[in-house]
Write a protein that binds this ligand. Structure first.
Ligand code: G3H
Ligand code: ZN
Length: 276
């Protein structure tokens, strides 16, 4: 069923596990995410980034996720990931998104707060929850991140009214050589607020750190790069085995199987299995 992300994340925070937020850009990845959640009896968040929306179109991509979610036997939220403008927030809300992330982390704190506040008001007017980002995650090999400053946390939450807070504690988007988390920093932030915390850039983070993060307030975990790696590796494997295969349905059925297995492992790591 298509649901809000709010209840599933609040429950995760209270019971000390995390809900997986997995990025999709097409039918096959969407089906694999939902099949994994069903197999593990787990709630799940299906995320679409602005790049995925540009690729597939908002109507088509949201249509795929909504129709697959409605058939699902587990709660599925349709989430805007890293919305950078208020106009994409508005478009997503008008297309039935049940969860929003507004990412103002590329701006100065004050500007981030002002824009995020507006995104939160737009989302709340439609009864949809909204996540914001404080500090900034870098992209492996491309941009530098900035750790979240704990001194900004209370002000940011109060001024923006966000439901969930994405923080920068050592992970990066992509898979880096060293993505160990700054657990003392996480503990400090967690001691300051009760709102659920979000870990982005989780591909490449050691499993031991993921477990420590969940114990210390992380209740939503975003995975994208691992999905793209598995997708590419799986296609290569299929075509290496049979270079003559030219039926997308044959190729992509095997890809979906590999994706589902990988996502099931993440769900078990996050502890959301059996939590529906
Ligand atoms: O918003 C998406 C996630 O933060 C993805 O991070 O590319 O390291 O899996 P990742
Ligand atoms: Zn992210």
């Amino acid at each position: 069923m298509l649901t809000s992300s709010k209840e599933m994340i609040l429950k995760a925070r209270a019971e000390k596990y995390a809900v997986g937020c997995f990025n999709t850009s097409d039918l096959e990845i969407t089906k694999a995410i939902i099949a994994a959640a069903e197999a593990q009896e787990s709630p799940v968040i299906v995320a679409t980034s602005p790049k995925a929306i540009d690729y597939a179109s908002l109507q088509t991509l949201s249509g795929i996720v909504k129709s697959e979610a409605k058939k699902a036997e587990v709660p599925v939220a349709l989430h805007l990931d890293h919305g950078l403008t208020l106009s994409i927030v508005e478009e997503c809300l008008n297309n039935g998104y049940t969860s929003i992330m507004f990412d103002g982390s590329g701006s100065e704190l004050e500007h981030n707060e002002i824009l995020t506040r507006q995104a939160v008001e737009m989302a709340h007017a439609k009864n949809v929850s909204c996540e914001g980002e404080l500090g900034h995650l870098g992209k492996v090999g491309k941009t530098q991140g900035q750790l979240t400053d704990p001194n900004d946390v209370i002000e940011y939450i109060q001024k923006t009214g966000v439901d969930f807070l994405a923080i920068s504690i050592g992970s990066q988007h992509g898979i880096g050589d060293n993505e160990e988390l700054d657990i003392p920093l996480l503990k400090k932030i967690n001691s300051m607020t009760k709102i659920p915390l979000v870990l982005h850039g989780a591909s490449g983070v050691p499993e031991t750190d993921i477990k420590k993060a969940i114990k210390n307030g992380i209740a939503k975990i975003n995975i994208d790069t691992d999905i793209r790696h598995t997708f590419a590796k799986s296609i290569k494997k299929v075509l290496e085995k049979n270079a003559q295969e030219n039926d997308p349905r044959e190729i992509l059925t095997k890809v979906m199987f590999d994706l589902q297995k990988m996502i099931e492992e993440k769900i078990k790591l996050f502890g959301s299995n059996g939590k529906v």
